[in-house]
Design a protein. Structure first.
Length: 185
């Protein structure tokens, strides 16, 4: 029997009761042996001078190793000002340093993008904005499913936990299909 695929999940929000972190916690609750949540709160702002003087920070190296060892990557992206959140883009910029490590961390890695926002249009623009980044890193984006949670304040509790059955089922179906994609890749 083949080993089960593991997925590293990263939220693009640092807020304690983040809707996007709540999505990942709900996914992990549904697939506890398959989804591993990783944090980016300890990443400094990317600065090539810092990289040249001190190298890649330990927190970044640790996450690079986890992503490289995983079968897939799940990004939960907020949408700020119709685009990618800066903290999440900063993390990916660090994770791609030095450029010689990009193949071991990202090339051919199945990646799915989900997101939640208080607004009415979901995270469609942020999810679309990730595509050129994922293409540049030569990942294998999974484009068959979409999960964009709009009006997130109505489906998440004050603590950031997912409380809506329809959204919970949609998340389950999305992750299940992404895992099947990884296993077929």
């Amino acid at each position: 029997m083949a080993a089960m695929s593991t997925v590293i999940a990263i939220s693009g929000s640092l807020r304690k009761a983040s809707f996007n972190s709540g999505l990942l916690r709900a996914a992990q609750d549904q697939f506890p042996e398959r989804i591993e949540i990783a944090g980016i709160a300890d990443f400094p702002l990317y600065n090539a001078d810092v990289e040249a003087a001190k190298g890649v920070p330990a927190a970044v190296e640790a996450l690079k190793d986890r992503i490289a060892a995983a079968d897939g990557l799940l990004l939960a992206t907020p949408e700020y000002n119709n685009g990618i959140p800066g903290v999440m883009k900063n993390a990916v910029d660090w994770l791609s340093r030095p450029p010689a490590d990009i193949p071991k961390v990202f090339h051919g890695k199945p990646v799915a993008v989900i997101g939640a926002t208080p607004g009415g249009f979901g995270t469609i623009l942020a999810q679309s904005a990730w595509l050129p980044v994922l293409r540049t890193l030569r990942t294998q984006p999974w484009l068959e499913g979409r999960l964009m949670v709009s009006r997130a304040g109505e489906v998440f509790g004050k603590d950031g936990s997912l409380q809506d059955e329809k959204t919970t089922q949609a998340l389950h179906d999305f992750v299940e299909d992404f895992l099947a994609f990884i296993e077929d890749a």
